[in-house]
Structure formats: structure tokens, C-alpha cells
Design a protein around this ligand. Structure first.
Ligand code: NAD
Ligand code: K
Ligand code: MN
Length: 351
């Protein structure tokens, strides 16, 4: 790659406060990257209220034609149905075929010699399940009736399964839990489970060392809270993966530290797992760590391992001493103070 063009889509709420921190992190490691260019792009609720669309076609076109990757903040989607509005993040995942949502959740402690208490990756299928958003409302004799389509395909389950096996294979414990509810949903979740289970047999022994386990989604959450150390890589259909990763975030202190990438075969988009946090938006106190880590995860996915490692180290050197933290982690520092602290540590690594 002779250059690296990164689309920046802060979108709404705290997305606008934390995506600048991710940009700063990339600028701080740019000596190890090809020449970097950023393109600011619009999407979100605010864009919808001003232009009538939450995802302007120009944004999609520039991402496809000019960008190597992107960073997305968070969108404020209303809980009620609003005519003409549709979540841009769900649309982008489909539009760019970003079929894998990879969400590492790792605890950081002051004792750097002890293994982390929580060290897992949630691998969430990112294009189907209930997120196909085919919902209908009908008026019946007995009142209103709402239905939703839950789509599970062999193709999408197999390709997310492959990603999960590859991640598991590269980790020391090589353990994969398939999360499902096929005791009840034997057709849909049954297909997900079988498709993931069929991956090793079709992969020429590549995944022979991976230990395959299963856990029903409800007891998976229970076990996650009681004994998080049993999990290594967890692969799940879209909705379960969304819920499990927020639950796992609580185990390591805050949603404000959990990064993700939305990855496809040709494109990757970093994104903090959290939403637009209207309760704290505009106050300058949002935790920028999830976005900074998302930048690192995106660079790692693109093969830039050394700068990604340096960003992650600077984040860990900030979290472990627990002196410069935002309020969600019990601290008193602002978004800009935490960002400046991480950047200071990063600068030292390049001095
Ligand atoms: P949320 O993630 O925005 O917030 C949940 C809680 O975590 C809040 O108390 C919030 O203050 C806190 N929090 C989240 N990120 C934080 C950070 N970086 N620093 C400190 N505290 C943080 O979830 P929600 O309240 O359920 O949703 C709010 C809005 O965000 C909704 O409109 C929802 O649709 C949207 N949302 C968007 C995405 C996305 O863009 N992919 C994801 C989830 C929710
Ligand atoms: K987000
Ligand atoms: Mn979520």
C-alpha cells in the first residue's frame, strides 16, 4: 500500500468526542504507516434531521472508491419508528459486506505478571439474524401483532465460523465456544451451529487443534459473569453477539474501553462497541479508550502490527496505574486529558 486513506464517520453524540482521539492515535504512529489521509464523512441521526437521510450516498461512494478503511463513532437511533430513518451503521455493515464484528474484551490489572482475568473475543455475525429488520405490524381481531424475520444462512454462518476458527487457532488456548439457542430454535440456531461445526472438516485439518465447545446463550451470559476465564473465542449470531459483548464489557469496567472492527474481505471499519451515550454527550467526559483501541485493531487487521502494538501498550500503561481515567472507570479525568496521556506515552515510544 502506497498510502492509507481513512474515512472518519464520528456520527452522533460522544462519537464526535471520541473519534478525534482515534485519529490522534493514528497520527501518533504514522511514521510506521504509509502516508495517511483522512476524509471526514457524514452519517447519523443529526445528518438525517438536516438532510433527510441517515446515510448519504456520497458517504458510501467515498468509502467504496477512495478509502482503505474507516472509523465509525456511534449513532443515536431513536427507539420509536421514524419515517424514512434507518440505522446507518446497520446499513454500512451490509453495504460494505462487513460480515464479521470482532470484539476483544480484555481486563487490565496493575499486576502485569498475572494473566488477565478476562481475555476473550466475541465474534459476532454482522449481516443477518434479526438485523435484517424485516418487521411487520398487523391489526388482528385480537389486537396488534408484530412479527420479525430472523434470517440465518449457511453461507454467512460458515464464513463467520471460519473467522472464529482462525482467531481461535492463533490464540494460546485455541478454544472456541459456539453460542446459540438451538434447544429452542432448532432450525435457525440449528443451522448456525451446524454450519460453524462443519468448518474444520472443510478446511484440510487447518483447525484440528481448536477445541470446539458450545454454550446456550442464556447460560453463556451466566457463566460469563461467574467464570469469565473459561471463555477464549465466542462465536454468535448477530443479536446474541451484540448482547454478550455489552455484558462482557461490564466485567472489565466499562463499555468505554471495548473496541471492535467490522471486517469484510475487502474493507475494515473500526468502531467502539458503545453507542452515542446521550446521558454524557457534550460534557467532554466520554472515555476515548474504546475508539483508540478500535484504531489499533483496525491497523492490526490491515497488517500494521507494530504501530497497533504500540497503541495497545500505551492504553494498557494508562489503564493499569489507574491514575488518568474517565468517570466510567471511577476517575476524574476528561476525554482530552485521557487522550493526551495516551498520546504522551505513545510519543515516548517513538522518541
Ligand atoms: P450506550 O452504549 O450509548 O450507553 C450505555 C451506557 O454506557 C451509558 O450510561 C453511557 O453513558 C455509558 N457509556 C457508553 N460509552 C461510554 C464511553 N465511551 N465513556 C463513558 N461512558 C460510556 O448505549 P444506549 O444508552 O443503550 O444507547 C444510546 C444510543 O446509542 C441509542 O440511540 C442507540 O441506538 C445508540 N447505539 C448506537 C450504536 C452504534 O453506533 N453502533 C451502538 C449501541 C447503541
Ligand atoms: K458504536
Ligand atoms: Mn451494541
Amino acid at each position: 500500500r502506497s498510502s492509507l486513506t481513512i474515512g472518519l464517520i464520528p456520527a452522533d453524540g460522544i462519537g464526535r468526542e471520541v473519534i478525534p482521539a482515534a485519529k490522534e492515535a493514528i497520527l501518533a504512529v504514522q511514521s510506521e504507516l504509509p502516508p495517511v489521509k483522512f476524509i471526514d464523512l457524514l452519517a447519523g441521526w443529526d445528518t438525517f434531521t438536516r438532510t433527510g437521510t441517515a446515510l448519504p450516498s456520497e458517504t458510501v461512494q467515498i468509502l467504496k472508491d477512495e478509502c482503505d478503511c474507516a472509523l465509525f463513532g456511534s449513532v443515536s437511533s431513536p427507539s420509536r419508528k421514524v419515517a424514512g430513518y434507518s440505522s446507518p451503521i446497520v446499513a454500512l455493515r451490509k453495504e460494505l459486506d462487513l460480515y464479521a464484528n470482532i470484539r476483544p474484551v480484555v481486563s487490565v490489572s496493575a499486576d502485569t505478571t498475572a494473566p488477565p482475568a478476562v481475555d476473550l473475543i466475541v465474534v459476532r455475525e454482522n449481516t443477518e439474524c434479526l438485523y435484517v429488520k424485516e418487521e411487520t405490524l398487523t391489526q388482528t381481531e385480537r389486537g396488534k401483532e408484530a412479527r420479525a424475520t430472523r434470517l440465518i444462512t449457511e453461507r454467512a454462518s460458515t464464513r463467520i465460523g471460519k473467522i472464529a476458527f482462525e482467531l481461535a487457532k492463533a490464540r494460546p488456548r485455541k478454544l472456541l465456544h459456539i453460542i446459540h439457542k438451538s434447544n429452542v430454535l432448532s432450525v435457525t440456531d440449528g443451522l448456525f451451529r451446524e454450519s460453524v461445526r462443519a468448518v474444520p472438516a472443510a478446511s484440510d485439518g487447518q483447525f484440528d487443534q481448536v477445541d470446539i465447545q458450545e454454550q446456550l446463550v442464556d447460560s453463556a451470559v451466566y457463566r460469563l459473569f461467574r467464570e469469565p476465564e473459561i471463555f477464549d473465542v465466542m462465536v454468535a449470531p448477530n443479536l446474541y453477539g451484540d448482547i454478550i459483548s455489552d455484558a462482557a464489557a461490564a466485567l472489565v469496567g466499562s463499555l468505554g474501553v471495548i473496541p471492535s472492527i467490522n471486517a469484510g474481505d475487502d474493507f475494515v471499519m473500526g468502531e467502539p462497541v458503545h453507542g452515542s451515550a446521550p446521558d454524557i454527550a457534550g460534557k467532554g467526559i466520554a472515555n476515548p479508550i474504546a475508539s483508540i483501541r478500535s484504531a489499533a485493531l483496525m491497523l492490526r487487521h490491515l497488517g500494521y502490527t507494530s504501530p497497533a502494538d504500540k497503541i495497545d501498550e500505551a492504553v494498557n500503561e494508562t489503564l493499569a496505574p489507574a491514575q488518568v481515567l474517565t468517570a466510567d472507570l471511577g476517575g476524574k479525568s476528561s476525554t482530552s486529558q485521557v487522550t493526551a496521556h495516551v498520546m504522551g506515552l505513545l510519543q515516548k515510544k517513538y522518541a
